[in-house]
Design a protein around this ligand. Sequence first.
Ligand code: FES
Length: 161
Amino acid sequence: MDKKCGSADGTNAGQDWVYTDTVKDHFLNPRNFLMGDEAQFQCDATGIVGNPICGDQMKMFIRVDPQTDRISDIRWKTYGCASAIASTSALSEIAKGRTLDEALAITAEEIDEYLGKLPRHKFHCSVLGHDALKEAVKNYRAGTSRSASEPASASTSASAS
Ligand code: FES
């Protein structure tokens, strides 16, 4: 008799391990990814966060139109997993053109829907980019922003992994 692996009754076995085509596309072709020298992108603020669960790190760069308070452009880089890369790529597309308040209101569920759902055990990865974005907005509003071309005070030098 054949044994079935996965769920106890064999239904939907392994389904939650599948990445959607949208997730795979954003992982393999990340949008707004900052490749190479950070000085290439002149920004108004940056935010850096780490995920204490896995140790992954994310850095977000935003350019803000002071007239409209909208994110006019955005870049990011990461030491992160495939799900974090895909999620942040999606986030960057969602956030571009939004006001800072609208960008802060983006939810992990919205990112998840945009990607056609992440595997449940990777859902936590979808918050890393947004946490970095929140940090960048906080720094922008606090006036502690710096140009990407200035020396970073953080000890991280993130790049896609
Ligand atoms: S495993 Fe760290 S963000 Fe995905």
